[in-house]
Design a protein around this ligand. Structure first.
Ligand code: PMP
Length: 466
């Protein structure tokens, strides 16, 4: 910790009580919250975070898949402070602009696949996806194809939490007792671990592609605007699609005049070893790529929609007198967020952070796979710095443990006791670290996880779940 951080002490009890009384936490289980309240994380440094009581943890989730360059980067703080004092905010509507937003748009165009040269800013991943669907509808309206409205997404996809983004999302529990918009059709997710019995991965890919073709046939291509997918499904379970899936889907979309949108909110900015995974890893050329999270490494809220030249041509065609592109946020191109993103990208390039992921990522994968020796570990999957462990009751049948066993929570709690924060999602545990982990850190983490899984197995047995 820096000296300044060490000096800033908090009244832990007072904060805990205020939080309990007033803060409605997102995605929170109130049965646990009412009982325990919050864990206050107050300090951070590199790969570590520290709670209000001074306990230090290895951050195994990069905040929330976002602190890609690690915590406590003074130079990002400085860039933000300089921008905030020079000019914290001014509109980007109409013909107004600011220097960091302009520089960042040009930088993103340089880093992105060659045909993506135009940037529409938002405040995070949900708003990037939401704005994208509005722009896609507007695009087809302007082309004189107003019936093209339906969006194809997938079960277990996560695209955010605004009304439209939540409707794109296909995780049933996320939308439990919430409503969604009837603009989305969900196809099956690509889940190799739980693919139909006896099917090879290649046959499974054919099966998923057939489903897409049949869905287009049923709904009519004239009614479908776009297909949206995360290159690797994240919150839905870190699901890696079978080889060739994305490029085959894109080819079908193109043949049917359906736009292909890559949600790279998690996979972008180095998590898979490249600034953008779509082209470099999955051999696709999306019409639109959405980014957030790692774009600013979470130092400030920011999202961006990267738009192809072909789309931009239509969006930017003058509408005639009085016509404007009537969409955008007060904080589109926020100068302080864009200054943070520019410095963040400079660090990623200067320190070779993508190269670190390409080097350490396969080691992380191989070491995590050794955890499969534990009785409850059914699957260890993912790629590079985007990994998940699926817990099961029975490895042969892949049967899950009862929900009330809270196995993901148990593993996460055991890891946290031993100094590591990982994320529980139902029966899964997600590991999505800052991209600066070294092999030594991986060894330390895997040793902790070995103990955490052993302790979890013991406690599941004691409680009669195994
Ligand atoms: N898309 C993906 C793939 C995500 O993982 C997330 C957030 N986890 C979002 C969109 C939504 O981003 P935000 O929370 O910044 O709105």
């Amino acid at each position: 910790m820096t000296q300044q951080q060490a000096q800033a002490s908090y009244d832990a009890q007072d904060l805990w009580q205020k939080d309990k009384n007033h803060f409605i936490h997102p995605f929170t289980d109130f049965s646990l919250f009412h009982e325990k309240g919050c864990d206050l994380i107050t300090n951070s440094d590199g790969i570590y975070v520290e709670d209000v009581h001074g306990n230090r943890f290895i951050d195994g989730i990069a905040g929330l898949w976002c602190v890609n360059v690690g915590h406590g980067r003074a130079e990002i703080g400085q860039a933000m402070a300089e921008q905030a004092t020079r000019m914290a905010y001014f509109s980007t509507f109409n013909n107004l602009s600011n220097a960091p937003a302009t520089e960042l748009a040009a930088k993103l165009a340089e880093l992105a696949p060659a045909h993506l040269n135009h940037v529409f800013y938002s405040c995070g991943g949900s708003t990037a996806n939401d704005a994208t669907i509005r722009l896609v509808h507007y695009y087809f309206n302007r082309l004189g194809k107003p019936s093209k409205k339906r969006i194809l997404s997938r079960t277990n996809a996560y695209h955010g939490t605004t009304y439209m983004a939540a409707s794109l999302t296909g995780i049933a529990s996320n939308n439990w007792q919430f409503d969604t918009l009837d603009l989305v059709t969900h196809l099956s997710e690509a889940n190799c671990y739980r693919r139909p019995e006896g099917m090879s991965k290649a046959e499974y890919c054919d099966h998923l592609v057939d489903e897409l073709e049949q869905t287009i046939e049923r709904l009519g291509a004239d009614n479908i605007a776009a297909f949206i997918a995360e290159p690797i499904m994240g919150a839905g379970g870190v699901l890696v699609a079978p080889q060739g899936y994305h490029s085959r889907v894109q080819a079908i979309c193109r043949a049917n005049d359906i736009l292909f949108i890559a949600d790279e909110v998690v996979t972008g900015f180095g998590r898979l070893g490249h600034f953008f995974a779509s082209e470099a890893v999955f051999e696709t050329q999306p019409d639109i790529i959405n980014v957030a999270k790692g774009l600013s490494s979470g130092y400030a809220p920011l999202g961006a929609t990267l738009i192809s030249d072909a789309l931009y041509e239509v969006l930017s065609t003058p509408q005639g007198p009085g016509g404007v592109l009537s969409t955008g946020f007060t904080y589109s191109g926020h100068p302080v967020s864009c200054a943070a993103a520019l410095k963040n990208i400079e660090i990623i390039e200067r320190e070779g952070i993508c190269e670190n992921v390409l080097e350490v990522g396969p080691y992380l994968e191989s070491q995590l796979k050794t955890l499969a020796s534990h009785e409850t570990v059914g699957d260890v999957r993912g790629s590079h710095f985007m990994m998940a462990i699926e817990n099961v009751a029975n490895k042969t049948t892949k049967e899950l443990l009862p929900v009330d066993a809270r196995v993901g929570d148990r593993v996460a709690a055991e890891a946290q006791k031993r100094g590591l924060i990982i994320r529980p999602v139902g029966h899964l545990n997600i590991i999505s670290p800052p991209l600066i982990w070294t092999r030594q850190v991986v060894d330390e983490v895997v040793a902790i996880l070995n103990d955490a899984f052993a302790a979890t197995t013991r406690s599941l047995k004691t409680d009669g779940y195994l």
